[in-house]
Design a protein around this ligand. Structure first.
Ligand code: CTP
Ligand code: CA
Length: 224
């Protein structure tokens, strides 16, 4: 087959991508998580690799195999994801946070399996660190990209997030879109900037979304 060579517009650049859900364990056999498949993040990592970048992919638990040609770090919890991403982000040119980071973790993690009781059970949760906001607080010349899923007031909420976290842009999607977002191979997103400007992209493959995302990131990269 004829393989169309890709533009090597990320040659010599370092790209960090987070993907998948996190797991917040309550005890050794139970956790709080979400249905993120990791497909969007893996597509961004593969696209960046094919455009010449040195890629670190930090992934929560997903069923996808390690992509070739990049460093893959597998993690479980938000705290582990944070350590891996913040470490890899030192010296990175672009950081893309597609991971669906759990907002909370159990205040106490039991080392033993909790037996069932007849009464109501109350689980106390504490907030996880906001990784994108932490990277935004020390932004430097890095391009920072986030993702957000919103059920309402999407553009406003995504713009406010981009501003609060000091991200260059956020790709917004809605959970209702048939065949997109969680688990699907397609995605339909709106690019939202911190100033509230936005651009709706047509529904397309996650790989094509990755391509357009990196086109935008390349435009924002400082020249040498
Ligand atoms: N994010 C992060 N660390 C967290 C939570 C979110 O880095 N603890 C990142 C996500 O990877 C995503 C972006 O922030 O790129 C937006 O995530 P979202 O859950 O929409 O933002 P939150 O600030 O958690 O807001 P919400 O209350 O709507 O969940
Ligand atoms: Ca959240």
């Amino acid at each position: 087959a004829l393989v169309r060579p890709r533009v090597q517009d990320l040659a010599g650049r370092r790209v960090v991508v987070s993907a998948g859900p996190t797991r917040e364990y309550l005890d050794p056999v139970r956790f709080i998580s979400n249905p993120s498949s990791g497909k969007m993040g893996f597509a961004v990592a593969e696209e960046a690799r094919d455009r010449g970048a040195r890629v670190v992919l930090v992934s929560g638990p997903v069923s996808l195999p390690d992509p070739a040609g990049m460093e893959v770090r597998r993690v479980d919890s938000a705290l582990e994801l944070r350590d891996a991403v913040v470490g890899a982000a030192l010296g990175a040119d672009v950081v893309v946070m597609t991971a669906a980071v759990a907002d909370y973790r159990a205040a106490e993690q039991s080392q033993e399996k909790q037996a069932k009781v007849a009464q109501e059970v109350v689980v106390r949760l504490v907030p996880n660190p906001d990784i994108l906001a932490e990277l935004g607080g020390q932004k430097g010349r890095r391009v920072l990209v986030g993702f957000a899923m919103e059920t309402h007031a999407g553009v406003e909420r995504a713009a406010a997030k981009a501003q609060r976290k000091n991200a260059d842009f956020i790709l917004l999607n809605y959970p209702t879109q048939e065949g997109t977002s969680f688990g699907g191979d397609d995605n339909e997103v709106t690019l939202v900037r911190p100033d509230g400007s936005w651009e709706a992209w047509p529904r397309t493959s996650k790989r094509e979304v990755a391509r357009r995302l990196l086109d935008e990131a390349v435009r924002l990269l400082p020249g040498d």
